[in-house]
Design a protein around this ligand. Structure first.
Ligand SMILES: C[S@@+](CC[C@H](N)C(=O)[O-])C[C@H]1O[C@@H](n2cnc3c(N)ncnc32)[C@H](O)[C@@H]1O
Length: 537
């Protein structure tokens, strides 16, 4: 059925596009393009090209992105569950490519759910540096956290906050910021018809209001010399060139970094700004350096991107960014731990961490209830006992020493009896609504440590004491993903020197980690979490 586009939208596009309008309209006669992006945290691009179950065509603006043929079902392959690729609309892969992320960067993805761009940023960080992924909407942060876990990201913190509150906690802190802004979604009508339901003539102005606030908060968090990419999937000038013009007018210490225009990156439309208030000539010239992806010019949906940079000159406010860089360079001098399976337990902590008073997902404003939860735990364990406020983390250290090979670096954080390794010190997150303070290790239970699923998905087989690899082709992998117990002979359990086959096993699909199992006497007990299971027939 043909797409029924709202007539005020069509009239607007006609007046904006003039002679290009007919070409633009023809794009709605085509099917949207489907894409996947290789997750290089788990597999290299070259390896993926060798094992890909799909016919791939490179996406010109993203070296790890590929078009797949219409009708393919990439969500129904075991490699999807092993996190080898992310299913992503091709144009949506462009903004992160312009952010220039390098390992060691301190990155904020401010409007991040469900995590397409966060997983792309994480792949570029290669596990070094910090990724803070935030979304305002609590429900959407669940999908965000799950995707970061599925794709084996070790150094992400997930927040559910208003950007202005994050700005209060992290002034001039981030070297890179992405704002993939909430927008009127005009560029996605072909891909996602449901966007049409919410569109009204007034939508662009409504969203512009939100975007203005988000940009203003983000500006406070960027280090001097840092880079900010602003992107939308809409055509309206108020949300795009107009928003950036206003931002540059109000932020004299920012300049636009021009995007190199090409067959696919078209220049920003400065002539559309007429009547949008005063825009100086200097700003107008800069704005041509923004970029648009047009559905009638590229194989992808409509997108807009602007790259902004904060001037580098040193001011007194630099102290915080310098501290951030130092903090990341040295985890060892401030009471935090470099957790390594090859070294002994750090002595200064005596194997214990104090219980955190707030519970997961509770912000400073809810900390009262967090306190009472902690108190209840204390009283259950007996008042007057000085140990009552403490939980032994020893079983966790025992687990990593016995089961893992290699080093895990970061700040160990306890939320209740849940252990995380965070890329930020715990006190940096104190006042914020934290969904995940870091990489989830597992749970301390009855003086034992039960490893969590995200610990497994981010490991490589050589880091585990033992692993077993299931084939994606003979149905065994799907049976594991469905939660079945498998019969696995002892010879198939690959053990690190000195380890016996019995115990926790990293379960891999064609050599790529997917979850835990527990092997004993020829049987692999399934530890794949119920909520993640393969449900299609
Ligand atoms: C375009 S979507 C982001 C898509 C995401 N970047 C990705 O690649 O998967 C915009 C997101 O902004 C979130 N959002 C809306 N208002 C926000 C605000 N004021 N601050 C932060 N996030 C906001 C929405 O919940 C939505 O998830």
């Amino acid at each position: 059925m043909a797409l029924r586009l709202p007539s005020p939208f069509l009239a607007k596009m006609k007046s904006l596009l003039g002679e290009n309008y007919d070409n633009f309209m023809k794009s709605y006669e085509q099917l949207p393009y489907a894409g996947i992006r290789v997750n290089t945290l788990k597999i290299s691009r070259e390896e993926f090209l060798k094992v890909s179950p799909f016919e791939l065509e490179p996406i010109p603006w993203c070296s790890t992105g590929f078009y797949i043929r219409d009708g393919e079902r990439p969500g129904r392959h075991p490699y999807y569950h092993a996190g080898l690729y992310y299913i992503q609309e091709p144009s949506a892969m462009a903004p992160v490519e312009l952010l220039g992320v390098a390992p060691g960067d301190i990155v904020l993805d401010l409007c991040a759910a469900p995590g397409g761009k966060s997983t792309q940023i994480a792949a570029k960080l290669k596990g070094e540096g910090v990724l803070v992924s935030n979304d305002l909407h609590p429900d959407r942060t669940k999908a965000l956290a799950k995707n970061l876990e599925m794709y084996g990201v070790r150094n992400a913190v997930v927040l559910n906050e208003d950007p202005e509150r994050i700005a209060g906690a992290f002034p001039r802190f981030f070297t890179k910021i992405l704002i993939d802004a909430p927008c009127s979604g005009e560029g996605m009508f072909r891909k996602d018809e449901s966007m049409l339901k919410y569109w009204e003539e007034s939508s662009p102005l409504k969203f512009a209001e939100m975007q203005r606030e988000i940009l203003t908060s983000a500006a406070k968090m960027l280090t001097p010399g840092g880079r900010l990419v602003y992107s939308t999937c809409t055509f309206s000038p108020e949300e795009n060139e107009g928003m950036i013009a206003e931002f540059l007018n109000n932020h004299q210490d920012f300049r636009l970094v021009p995007v190199e225009h090409s067959d696919y990156f078209s220049p920003g439309e400065t002539k559309w700004l007429t009547g949008q208030g005063h825009v100086g000539d200097d700003v107008l010239i800069q704005l041509t350096g923004t970029a648009r992806l047009w559905p009638h010019k590229v194989k992808g949906e409509g997108h807009f991107m602007a790259v902004l940079q904060r001037e580098r000159e040193l001011t007194s406010g630099d102290d915080e960014s310098k501290r951030a860089a130092l903090m990341l360079q040295d985890h060892s001098n401030d009471g935090t731990l470099a957790v390594s399976s090859r070294t002994d337990k750090p002595r200064e902590r005596k194997g214990k961490l104090s219980l955190r008073e707030e519970k997961m997902g509770q912000s400073g404003k809810n900390s009262k209830s967090g306190k009472s939860a902690a108190r209840q735990q204390t009283s259950r364990r007996g008042s007057g006992d000085r140990q009552a406020d403490y939980i032994s983390i020893d079983p966790f250290y025992d687990f990593i020493r016995e089961q893992l090979h290699g080093s895990l670096s970061g700040y160990p954080v306890l939320y209740g009896n849940h252990v995380y390794i965070s890329s930020l010190p715990e006190d940096r997150l104190k006042q914020l609504k934290v969904i995940r303070p870091g990489w989830y290790m597992g749970q301390l239970k009855n003086e034992r440590f039960v490893p969590g699923h995200p610990l497994a998905t981010a490991l490589h087989p050589e880091e585990a004491a033992r692993y077993v690899s299931l084939s994606s082709e003979d149905g065994e992998a799907v049976r594991y993903l469905k939660g079945e117990t498998l019969s696995i002979s002892e010879e198939r359990v690959v053990c690190r020197q000195g380890a016996e086959a019995k115990g926790y096993v990293l379960v891999c699909i064609d050599g790529y980690s997917a979850g835990w199992g527990k092997w004993q006497a020829g049987m692999l007990k399934n530890e794949y979490p119920a909520g993640w299971r393969w449900t299609s027939v």
